[in-house]
Design a protein around this ligand. Structure first.
Ligand SMILES: [Ca+2]
Length: 172
């Protein structure tokens, strides 16, 4: 407990910041209290000034082939990510798509590489359609996908759940 002597008066303003070792404020809170000569307790709720927590993105992800049209799609859907600050409608989703030509399945580390990263600007949506128009699927590979969520501060979800194997949506 800290004790301070403050002159009496209405709406005395108390501001508290919690800094890191280099003096950068990480948390802040404030409150106003009327002082009339007797000790009072001041409750100050601290809230983080920076968001360093990634979204939690563990929802079920499904891939279906609804068919139809000149570019029949693969439809990938997911449960929305949950974040400490960013609301669902502002969550950004992107994905990695990895062409794999061997038996079994690749590892998540195989899939999560910059060269396979796709940034289709999915904001607040919880599904995407992939077609041979949006990605150069061929008939020699199976395709594996990892969807990621990113909050407004740039923190990326840590999930590594793989969706696959996906075939060419044209059906080879
Ligand atoms: Ca966050």
């Amino acid at each position: 407990m800290e004790q301070f002597v403050v002159p009496n008066g209405n709406r005395r303003h108390f501001l508290v910041e919690a800094n890191d070792a280099s003096g950068i404020a990480l948390y802040s809170g404030e409150n106003n209290v009327d002082l009339a000569g007797t000790p009072v307790s001041v409750q100050i709720i601290m809230t983080p000034l920076f968001d360093s927590l990634p979204p939690v993105f563990s929802g079920t992800k499904t891939a279906t082939y609804p068919g139809g049209g000149d570019f029949p799609p693969i439809h990938i859907a997911w449960e929305p990510a949950v974040d400490n600050f960013t609301p669902p409608e502002s969550m950004v989703y992107f994905y990695y798509i990895y062409p794999y030509d061997s038996e079994g399945s690749p590892t998540a580390a195989d899939i999560i590489q910059d060269e396979f990263r796709q940034e289709p600007s999915i904001v607040g949506e919880t599904s995407i359609y992939l077609t041979t128009y949006s990605y150069p699927f061929d008939c020699d590979h199976d395709y594996w996908v990892i969807i990621k969520a990113r909050d407004q501060e740039g923190n990326v979800s840590t999930n590594i759940d793989m969706i696959g194997p996906l075939g060419n949506p044209d059906g080879c």
